[in-house]
Design a protein around this ligand. Sequence first.
Ligand code: HEM
Length: 375
Amino acid sequence: MLLAHPDDIGRVLVDRGGDVIKVRPGEKRRGGAGFPLAMMNSEGEEWARKRRRLRPAFRSDRLAGLDAAAAGAVARALDRWDDGAVIDVHAEMSRLAMHIGAVHIAGRPLGAEADALADAVAAIMRLTSSPVRLPAWFPSPVNLGVRRALRALDTALEALIAGHRPDGGATALGLLVEERTAAPFAEVRDELATLLMSGYETTADALTWLVHCLGGAPEADRRLRDAARRSSGDGGGYVAAAAKEALRFYPPAWVISRIAVRPVQAGGYRLPAGTVIGISQWVTHRDERWFPDAGAFRPERWLDGGGPGHRYAYLPFGAGPRGCLGASMAVREIEAVVRALRARVRLEPVEPEKVRARPALALQPLGVRAVVRKE
Ligand code: HEM
């Protein structure tokens, strides 16, 4: 059952959050894809305990370091890009997000581990975008690819954990391994894998979609450049507004699901226990009732306190107790990257009509290319 009305969405995700679960009991133990010990794949008390433990690393007072990490990563990218060169925007944004995410989560950029992480994410995206999903135990090429990639990622992360230098719990990895009751090794590895992955693909997708949207909206792009160049903040929040609007128009998390464990009243129906409930950001974010002119990229709608016509009509990061742990991190990172980029270059779209959205676990942009214009 797909719920599109924000009243129902709020009821399921927030008010009656206890009547639904995310992970079916037993499912996560079955092997195949997934990191069963991670907070993201846990329920109940175990989930609450793990989420409490990680929260300090993602609180807003810990996010200042992202600005410097983003500025450094963008400066290095700009050194590599020649004026007039054509870049694959998703590949470049992935590289930036991988670097910044790892510095924030693990305290240092990835070396050889980066390929293992990128391969694992690519394998999972292939799995989740394939029209036929075979059971995880079935030795199909896609399933075998995921299993191989996850094993390689395990090995890479073991090296990353072993090389951790104490940071007093400043990073998520520090919190996991330095506490008096440090988490068991396998749990640290699963947690790290899901954090690095969720911080990487979704953020790279969001940045790529933002570049794509700006390419088709020259006036917004100019306003963004002016805001990015102002040294004292972004004057009126235009950078923030553009980031919000891109997350509305192309939400990287385009669908989430829950399973009712008790009967839930929604959409005018009484949904019995066991019902799988779907909520689609793609559908709700493009609903004219909450976003007039919903089919247009208009950052202005977010200026001066503007927003959606309903509190739960805008959910790029979900809502309620299981909302995104890294939401503030993602927003700060996206804004910092786009500010640093747009202050120095314009990315001129190449064949934007060929761009496609691939709905996998995340909404991936395909075919976004741009000419670098150093301004
Ligand atoms: C633009 C980037 C991002 C988007 C669009 C996004 C979106 C989401 C959404 C919609 C959920 C809720 C899923 C549900 O309710 O079923 C979620 C959960 C989560 N996200 Fe993000 N996310 C982003 C970046 C990040 C980052 C940077 C991190 C951390 C490094 C992160 C870590 C998590 C975790 C750990 C959860 C699970 C929370 C739980 O189960 O309690 N995400 N994300």
